[in-house]
Design a binder for this molecule. Structure first.
Ligand SMILES: Nc1ncnc2c1ncn2[C@@H]1O[C@H](COP(=O)(O)OP(=O)(O)OP(=O)(O)O)[C@@H](O)[C@H]1O
Ligand SMILES: [Mg+2]
Length: 466
């Protein structure tokens, strides 16, 4: 029979005598931790998985300590799943009500009647366990649908699925490669949800989207005062991902100094926050992705070879969509069903000529491009079967007009490429410029030159800000 794990209870109380009494009385039912000050409470919360906190509201009336209310706010923000019960004196009713307003689950007025107090705690534990179970089920459902979302039947994708199933249960570092839009993030999520870490967090971070100066503190966190603007200690993604998986996207964008830090992390599973000396160990599974050929970056000296070998213990390569044969039509139909449902449309399928074009097309934006084209077609078309024009394969694919000479024709091609990139990435400048292999500034110039507005390429709630 499996032993029920005891609820972890943290008693924050500056009266030593009372704390000891509570421990003796509650030890049989709870796994009891004690703290006599806000500082102590915070360090217990950092190192243990606490379920319930009983918090003396008049804690730390001694000058240099934080008050109970302040600690309550901090707990609510940092550990929202923790249930807090305020313990108050009899003249502190108003404060108690304020505490409930701040998210405390209950309050209890001193003097403490132990049998009654135990019941209050057990009720909180019950609510806590229900919420925990609820979160677990919600996560399971989400994961299930994550898995079902990877569509593919081509031999290349069946091989990918095979590797995923073998590697997911291990802690091995995985490098996912493939062109933009081939499903790298989808695979990273599948690796996580098929692993024993599935209950833990999945934390994704795009190294290309964050300026290098901020990235280090995003990843490793910083101490209060580490740099101008660092008003409080901040946990980095590595700490947030503890017990789960961290996914570093666009790993080729890492600066040399961050490459060294990541390498050190992979070797020791530890790091320091920016501006701190404390060595922090975390238990995190590491997955990285890139749409570059890292071998080339190693060759030109922009990516460390030793880091590459650490990362690529297991490599999963996602083939470009154009090489996946019948998967193209399979995916197109999948997205058609999805968006029919979402936009309450009843489009039956794709016309024969549309299928032929889809099979021959190069799909530079891969699955993401296919998804976006189908989505736009479903929204706009009133045909029973989607035509090449519905899918954006109309005249835009033909030869540009000849009458303006070569210059005009080149301009026309340039404009279409810019439009294509923007609609591929919903108006996201970083991604569109990376796709076009031009700088962001140049892309802005091109927008101006061709009278394009990037807002027009955003698609409602699916757009990303940058
Ligand atoms: N095999 C697939 N089945 C269903 N949907 C897919 C598949 N592959 C990709 N997608 C969808 O295509 C879109 C792009 O996928 P994803 O973000 O995982 O690509 P990526 O390789 O990480 O792209 P980028 O390099 O631009 O970050 C997502 O909406 C994803 O759900
Ligand atoms: Mg991605």
């Amino acid at each position: 029979m499996q032993m029920e794990k005891k609820t972890a209870l943290l008693i924050v109380e500056d009266d030593l005598e009372l704390r000891r009494q509570l421990r003796w009385a509650l030890e049989d039912d709870f796994n009891v931790f004690e703290a006599s000050s806000a500082e102590e409470a915070l360090s217990v919360l950092m190192s243990e998985f606490i379920d319930i906190v009983t918090l003396d509201i008049s804690l730390g009336t001694s000058q240099d300590d934080r008050s109970g209310m302040e600690l309550l706010r901090h707990i609510q923000e940092t550990y929202p799943e923790v249930k807090v019960i305020m313990v108050t004196g009899h003249s502190e009713r108003e404060l108690a009500i304020e505490a409930i307003g701040c998210g405390a689950i209950d309050y209890y007025e001193k003097p403490i009647d132990l049998p009654e107090f135990r019941i209050v705690l057990q009720r909180a534990a019950y609510v806590q366990s229900l919420e925990k179970e609820n979160r677990r089920l919600a996560r399971l459902l989400a994961e299930q649908s994550q898995l079902e979302r990877i569509i593919g039947n081509s031999p290349q994708m069946l091989e990918v699925f095979d590797v995923i199933k073998k590697v997911a249960p291990t802690d091995a570092t995985v490098l996912i490669t493939g062109e933009s839009g081939t499903g790298k993030e989808l695979v990273a999520r599948a690796l996580h949800s098929l692993s024993p870490r599935q209950q833990g967090p999945f934390v994704a971070i795009n190294c290309g989207a964050i300026p290098d100066t901020l990235l280090e503190s995003e990843l490793f966190g910083h101490e209060k005062g580490a740099f101008t603007g660092a008003h409080a200690r901040k946990l980095g993604k590595f700490e947030i991902a503890n017990g789960g998986t961290i996914f570093l996207d666009e790993i080729a964008e890492l600066s040399p100094s961050l490459q060294v830090k990541i390498l050190r992390f992979l070797e020791s599973r530890s790091f320091e926050r920016v501006g701190g000396n404390e060595t922090i160990r975390v238990n995190v599974r590491f997955i990285a992705a890139t749409n570059r050929k890292l071998e080339e970056n190693i060759h030109d000296g922009s990516f460390r070879e030793d880091l590459y070998y650490r990362l690529s213990v297991i490599q999963i390569h996602l083939p470009p969509l154009r090489d996946r044969g019948d998967d193209i039509v399979l995916l197109a139909n999948h997205f058609l069903r999805l968006y029919n449902q979402q936009f309450k449309k009843r489009i039956w399928g794709f016309s024969d000529s549309c299928v032929q074009i889809m099979k021959r097309y190069r799909w530079p934006g891969n699955v993401r491009e296919l998804e976006n084209r189908v989505k736009r077609a479903v929204i706009l078309s009133s045909n029973k079967y989607l035509s090449p024009e519905d899918m954006g394969f109309g005249s835009a694919q033909g030869t540009p007009k000849y009458d303006g000479g070569l210059r005009a024709a080149l301009d026309e091609v340039e404009k279409r490429m810019v439009e294509h990139a923007l609609s591929l990435y919903d108006g996201n400048i970083s991604k569109a410029s990376a796709f076009l292999k031009v700088s962001r500034a140049h892309l802005y110039d091109l927008l101006k030159k061709h009278g394009l507005e990037r807002q027009n390429f955003r698609k409602g709630k699916f757009c990303e800000t940058n």
